[in-house]
Design a protein around this ligand. Sequence first.
Ligand code: E4P
Length: 224
Amino acid sequence: MKLLIDDANLADIKRLYDLYPIDGVTTNPSILAKTGSDPAAVLREIRAFIGPDALLFAQALALTAEGMVADAHRILEICGKSTIVKIPSIPEGFKAIRMLRAEGIATCGTVVYTPMQAFLAAKAGASYVAPYVNRIDNMGYDGVKVVKEIQDILTNNHMDCMVLAASFKNSQQVLELCAYGVGSATAAPAVIDALVKNPAIDAAVQDFVHDFEKATGKAAMTEF
Ligand code: E4P
């Protein structure tokens, strides 16, 4: 499973890239607005840091297919041709995905709350579909189950489209989808940190250091 950062804060992105095997960055208009900076400048900085070939997702804002296509062109101008354009999985979005596919521009059908949205976005030619796990949970449904159903639909219909599971609130949601083999997941920095946050792990690591120091009087292998 590919693991991406769902955030636009460059300091957080740099910290997480330094520590974890990260595959890319996803943004949406709310995430970009939260930075308080010029969205184009933020996207350029992220692209410059992660490199020209790393996965970067940015979302179209328009509500008509033609507007979404225009947004997509602007997004590619700002952050490079390899950028994947997120298009809301609504009827105008399916049209835009088809138009962009014809131009060879990669898209992600986003704002996916139902399996049928994902199916139609994939059928229209999206390279990714992004179901919102936690938001689905908050509506009283089972977000993880919906994502598994979407993964099955893509697999059983032999569709050339990958799940990009999104909107996580906890590491358990990510773990369940990782075990199921979904293609990719994007999570906020706090959720990524929580994937391995465990006092037992920290205590075990500290115990090794203490045991070694107690027996040898030294705290590092490099002292030998
Ligand atoms: C990704 O495509 C979504 O924009 C994002 O993950 C939504 O996350 P949220 O529900 O935490 O806002």
